[in-house]
Design a protein around this ligand. Structure first.
Ligand code: ATP
Length: 142
């Protein structure tokens, strides 16, 4: 029987409710799983995981790419990774000033945690997104 050959690339698709944020043949991808970062190479065993907020990085050819992502799932197959997320921004497209303002707003709301007007969960999620955007953009601008 012929030996099965391992794939050498992964077809990566990152999909948000509004757009296809990435469609690339990649040799490596890492993303924020719920229990920490997960790195995937071609031939990885199939799995389905929830995503946390953070930075998704991948290598395509000689280029490294980075996006801030939040809120979704990733399906990993030996030669495909499909990422379905609420938001995804490429590092170079992140508006740092906007993310800093969002972070300040969320922190301010969290300080007023006893105020019944404050939606704590919403503030925590907004803070998480803002931090992910700032961390992703910081590496790009470093
Ligand atoms: P803000 O309060 O600044 O709107 P948010 O976290 O509430 O931040 P989201 O609801 O997550 O914003 O995103 C709304 C849209 O704006 C999405 O398309 C998202 O990709 C984009 N977006 C949000 N913040 C930024 C940013 N700092 N830079 C670039 N795009 C952003």
């Amino acid at each position: 029987m012929a030996e099965a050959t391992l794939p050498t690339e992964i077809q990566l698709d990152i999909v948000t409710p509004d757009r296809l944020a990435a469609h690339d043949a990649v040799t490596w991808v890492t993303f924020p799983g719920k229990d920490g970062y997960l790195g995937v190479l071609p031939g990885h065993a199939p799995l389905l995981t929830e995503l946390g907020a953070g930075e998704l990085e991948y290598t395509s050819g000689n280029a490294k790419h980075s996006l801030a992502v939040d809120g979704g799932f990733a399906e990993v197959l030996p030669d495909r990774v499909i990422v379905l997320v609420q938001t995804a921004e490429r590092a170079e497209d992140i508006d740092v000033e906007r993310a800093e303002k969002a972070k300040e707003r969320a922190e301010d709301q969290l300080k007023r945690f006893s105020d019944p007007e404050v939606d704590l969960q919403h503030a925590q999620e907004a803070l998480r997104r803002a931090i992910a955007r700032l961390e992703t953009a910081k590496k790009y601008h470093a």
